[in-house]
Design a protein around this ligand. Structure first.
Ligand SMILES: Cc1cc2nc3c(=O)[nH]c(=O)nc-3n(C[C@H](O)[C@H](O)[C@H](O)COP(=O)(O)OP(=O)(O)OC[C@H]3O[C@@H](n4cnc5c(N)ncnc54)[C@H](O)[C@@H]3O)c2cc1C
Length: 747
């Protein structure tokens, strides 16, 4: 279906997007298992979870009996088991990143704490799932499956113990205070280890019966660090500690545990070998948390996007009904029917909230799908490493860096026109597991931190906008959709599993990987092509902003500041971090456009979607445009600050400032800007006799070597054409879209 044809018919958005639309956009239309999972998670979210919040269960940070009922609800709905493989008692075969992302999305649509409560159990299992020995996996994954009525066993519920009391682990995960020593090592027997770990802010700690804890060696007979499984029944102290007096996510339990336990060495996650009388864990704690967080952070990012999208309906309802019941306000009158929606600003702001939610969801679900593709490749890679006896992450990285050239060649060939592609070579490269893995790995290494950073950081800001649109109601417990809670909760999502600084730090490295940049370059072409077929999406603006970002990155990597100090370096967070932020805006906007194209392609095949598709597509296209324009504006601002901001300004003298003033006078004379220089009427009033015509670039502006940047920036501004018209149309749709009479979960 052609979007412009749809617009010609003045089709408008009829209802808020339903499940059929989301299944297409987020690519699970052919996954009946996931569709059922969404329904189960939703019934828990909008049932028991919503009731708990409405009853005020969030008013305490204690883990109460009432809150504990949630665990049973998760078990019954299949949420607890969704993480497990069928042979462990689960029911979803294959990778589960998208599945877990959808659960998190549904639960946090109502309450982020409930989502965290469910996800933290998976997080505890994740070190075992990603790096555990087969025995560890079998034991702990099976135990985490709720027992059937015939089974006389207790379910295993876990907590992930990394963060420690100050001054140890926080953002800096290497500063481990938790220690492991050898307690007893009898000849020919398995060593018994003494583990001392204090945690800070550990989720699920109110009820967990095992903890996967990060510890460092305090014994010369143990090498390095590791993660280790601690059980409640192990000899020693398993003190759950004091509850964290948190202000957010109150439907999860968070405490500062004190653990001092004796455990067999077989609890070291991933196992160990003994070399020269020293226990060598197979994986350091750093290697394990890297493998874990790269997946779980995507789900956290999606939690904030769910909040934004969940706010649309309650805000619209509040606005429309704001003046009903007033004197002389009759049904049918604009004030009765539209209420606050008569005011452009509330509509425009809600459009921005909606666009941010869509873009975040698009980015998050794209990342989750990529991890689903990566999972089987990782398994194949493990086989390859084992066959080639490549052990340890350094040796593995060395092998992979040798593949970089092939991967770049693969990208270059696939980017060529079909007639000039070397078909055989391309096929060979595309079917090479190492090439496939390296390419995908370079993408997820960017998309995962980008999603965690942008969805939660910008999401928290936009959640504040949503709250403000509810006026005073927004910051009360009674606010429909629990928007006030969600605003605060979003801040935790920006913090745990590594705050924004951690994501920015990672991005500043991964976004400069040549493999990522080569794919990024292809995406610019992709956006240009989309712009020619779907100009209304803002893809043209986005492509221009993507080029500007790339130019800026290259420039900053080669340049020094006015003092001659290198600009792009790990210690220069003032350079690398904003550039990482800028990239996130671009990635989210790109993912959103791709989702809308998917809807356009697949929507007509679904009878439920097809009927209202023209209006929906027209609206989504406008929303894309609005978001692309906003993203491009951010990128332009950030890049301009970085490119110009590290040049030295000429002395702040009256003379230099006069030069800028003179520029403006000349602009006034030429009629470019309305008069500030009322006294000046002609050039000769401004320019000294015999003085050359000034460049009209005051002394603040140093253009040498920056012509390309200035051109790109100007082009980008020009590309914003029409973006506000798109916003007007989207706003108008918000004032007409049908919504249900009441929210489907309690206030
Ligand atoms: C409710 C809740 C639940 C949690 N659940 C768990 C859990 O289950 N398991 C677990 O292990 N942890 C958990 N955490 C801990 C959480 O992951 C940490 O709080 C988080 O990673 C940040 O560590 P920190 O609080 O020590 O911040 P700090 O390390 O003190 O950092 C504070 C701030 O300083 C700045 N900063 C620090 N280092 C740098 C740097 N290198 N560069 C630039 N800026 C920097 C950043 O702005 C950062 O946000 C939880 C936290 C909360 C609040």
């Amino acid at each position: 279906m052609d979007i412009s044809a749809a617009k010609d018919k003045f089709a408008t958005l009829q209802t808020l997007p339903g499940d059929d639309v989301r299944q297409i956009m987020w690519r699970f239309g052919d996954r009946f298992d996931l569709q059922m999972l969404v329904q189960s998670a939703r019934s828990v979210a909008r049932g028991p979870v919503a009731r708990l919040v409405a009853e005020g269960a969030r008013n305490t940070h204690e883990w109460t009996e009432q809150k504990a009922l949630l665990l049973g609800a998760f078990d019954e709905a299949g949420i607890t088991t969704a993480y497990m493989d069928p042979d462990q008692g689960g029911y979803i075969a294959g990778p589960k990143n998208l599945a877990l992302a959808l659960i998190a999305f549904e639960l946090s649509w109502v309450d982020g704490g409930a989502a965290t409560c469910s996800l933290a159990g998976n997080l505890a299992l994740a070190p075992i799932h990603e790096r555990g020995t087969p025995e560890q996996r079998d034991t702990y994954m099976r135990r985490a499956v709720p027992p059937s009525p015939e089974e006389a066993r207790k379910i295993g519920r876990g907590a992930f113990g990394l963060t420690e009391p100050i001054p140890y682990v926080g953002v800096e995960t290497g500063l481990l205070g938790g220690k492991v020593r050898i307690f007893q090592w009898e000849n020919g027997k398995e060593p018994i280890l003494q583990v001392d770990k204090r945690g800070r802010f550990i989720t699920n700690m109110g009820f967990a019966n095992f903890v996967t804890a990060a510890v460092d060696s305090a014994d010369e007979r143990i090498k390095g660090s590791c993660m280790i499984i601690l059980e409640e029944s192990d000899p020693g102290v398993f003190d759950r500690g004091v509850p964290t007096r948190k202000l957010v996510h109150q439907l999860s339990s968070t405490r500062d545990p004190v653990l001092s336990l004796r455990v067999p060495a077989s609890r070291i996650v991933g196992g160990y070998t003994i070399k020269d009388g020293i226990i060598v864990p197979r994986y350091s704690h750093g290697e394990i948390i890297e493998a874990v967080f790269r997946r779980t952070r995507v789900t956290v990012g999606l939690m904030t996007s769910a909040k934004l999208l969940s706010s649309i309906e309650p805000v619209i309802r509040y606005h429309r009904s704001r003046f009903r019941g007033g004197e002389n306000i009759a049904p049918g009158s604009p004030r009765y029917e539209l209420g606050l929606q008569m005011k452009e600003d509330v509509l425009h702001r809600l459009v921005d909230v909606w666009a941010a939610g869509e873009a975040g969801a698009a980015l998050g679900f794209e990342a989750a799908r990529l991890f689903d593709e990566l999972d089987p490749l990782e398994k194949k890679m493990d086989q390859i490493f084992a066959e080639q006896k490549v052990e340890g992450s350094r040796a593995q990285m060395k092998l992979l860096s040798g593949v970089q050239k092939d991967a770049l060649e693969c990208l270059a060939l696939s980017g060529q026109k079909p007639e000039s592609q070397k078909e055989e070579r391309l096929k060979q490269l595309q079917s090479n597991t190492l090439v496939q893995y390296t390419l995908l790995d370079s993408l997820v290494n960017v998309l995962c931190p980008a999603c965690k950073l942008w969805n939660t950081g910008h999401g928290a800001n936009m959640m504040r906008e949503a709250v403000s649109l509810m006026g005073g109601y927004g910051i009360t417990e009674d606010c429909p959709g629990f928007l006030g809670h969600k605003w605060m909760d979003a801040q935790l999502e920006a913090t745990y599993e590594g705050p924004e600084a951690v994501q920015r730090r990672q991005l500043s490295v991964t976004m400069t990987n040549e493999l990522f940049l080569a794919q990024y370059q292809n995406w610019i072409q992709e956006m240009r092509q989309i712009a020619s077929s779907h100009p209304g999406t803002g893809a043209c603006t986005l492509a221009s902003a993507m080029r500007l970002w790339r130019w800026t990155l290259d420039h900053l990597r080669e340049s020094t500041d006015a003092d001659g100090t290198k600009l792009y370096s790990s210690s220069r967070q003032g350079v690398t971090f904003p550039l990482a932020d800028a990239l996130c805006w671009l990635l989210a906007a790109r993912s959103f456009i791709l989702d809308v194209l998917e809807l356009e392609n697949k929507g007509p095949e679904n009878p439920v979607v097809a009927e209202a598709l023209p209006g929906l597509l027209a609206f989504m296209t406008d929303l894309c445009h609005v978001h692309s324009a906003r993203a491009s504006g951010e990128v332009g601002r950030i890049c301009a600050e970085l490119v110009h901001g590290y040049n030295r300004h000429p002395a702040w003298t009256q003379e230099s400032c006069n030069a800028c003033y003179q520029d403006e006078e000349l602009d006034t004379i030429e009629g470019l800007i309305p008069g500030i220089a009322s006294a000046a009427r002609t050039y000769s009033d401004v320019i000294e006799p015999n003085q050359a015509h000034p460049t009209k670039a005051g002394p603040c502006v140093r253009f040498e070597g920056l012509d390309a940047f200035v051109r790109l920036r100007m082009k980008l501004d020009g590309c914003l054409t029409g973006a506000r018209m798109a916003k007007d149309r989207a706003a108008s749709s918000l004032s007409r879209v049908m919504i249900p009479e009441a929210l489907d979960y309690p206030a």
